[in-house]
Design a protein around this ligand. Sequence first.
Ligand SMILES: Cc1ncc(COP(=O)(O)O)c(C=O)c1O
Length: 329
Amino acid sequence: MRVHESIIDLIGNTPMIRLKTGIAGRGCQAFAKLEFFNPTGSVKDRMAYYVISKAVKDGKLKKGDTVIDNTSGNTGSSMAMVCSHFGLKAVVTTPVRTSQEKIDLIKSFGAELIVTPEVDDHFDPKGCYMVARNLAKEKGYFDLDQYNNQDNIESHYKSTGPEIWDDTDGKITHFIAGIGTGGTFSGTAKYLKEMNPKIKTIAVDPEGSIFAEYIRTKKTTEGHAYKAEGIGSDVITEALLPNLVDEVITVSDKDAFNRARLISKTEGISAGGSSGSVAYAMEQVSQRLGQDDIIVGIFADDGIRYLSKCYNDAWMRQYGYIPVLEETI
Ligand SMILES: Cc1ncc(COP(=O)(O)O)c(C=O)c1O
């Protein structure tokens, strides 16, 4: 019988698909790695499974224990799915700006969800970051701490990196990924550069995040609010290894969301906002490449979880991302 024993077996080995929008007709080839093929629909399944299964193996977690972390949404579903597999409980904190679809999805996987207010200071005790850290300490929960956990990087070093290398028969020349914790980018870039130091690694950061300036100048600046989910940060994280970044490209919310919509419409690939940023950056990079170049970009999640946001015309108009007269997508 061709069956799987558990949903866990379906994490990783995601497909890569040729990308045409904005890139067809240029010299190079471009591929998107579709991470929404993971069981809960995002790249985060890899990290959650790796970190939690390692803690179970090491005896740091046993049946009935609780795992906690703060998340912009996707990690919450991944944690909850992996926790249910191991008989663990998941508690998730998320800021109020997280899309309703993602909030409902996290709950549907059985996690306890705490929605926290937006705060100016990352270390404000009311914000999602500190609520998670403080609850972990008070209640003795296992603190996943994806933003600083080095096993986050290792999960991609051991899975995403080798998959991309194998899928392109080692011919990849440019790797592009959005940075949220930095784990996907850092682990994958580390593996690819070990295989071929000439591979160029390009990080994508939303306008308003402080990562780009830090990577370019090592200066920590003040960011400002943005609407993209899952990428960018208002603090520097330990899951980002800045020395592995050859170039960082900043993409506005408007460009990211419009590109995600265009890709869904023209290629039938349902792309989330961060995938839109990556696709936008891929087009920019493609302009300077030639026939022997192969770009791979990470599409971290799909557009279905943003139907109330970048796939909603009224929402797009409200923030000036599409002209007022555009009626349909
Ligand atoms: C939609 C989306 N894109 C990109 C990322 C970035 O991944 P990482 O945290 O590994 O940098 C995330 C992470 O949560 C995400 O949810």
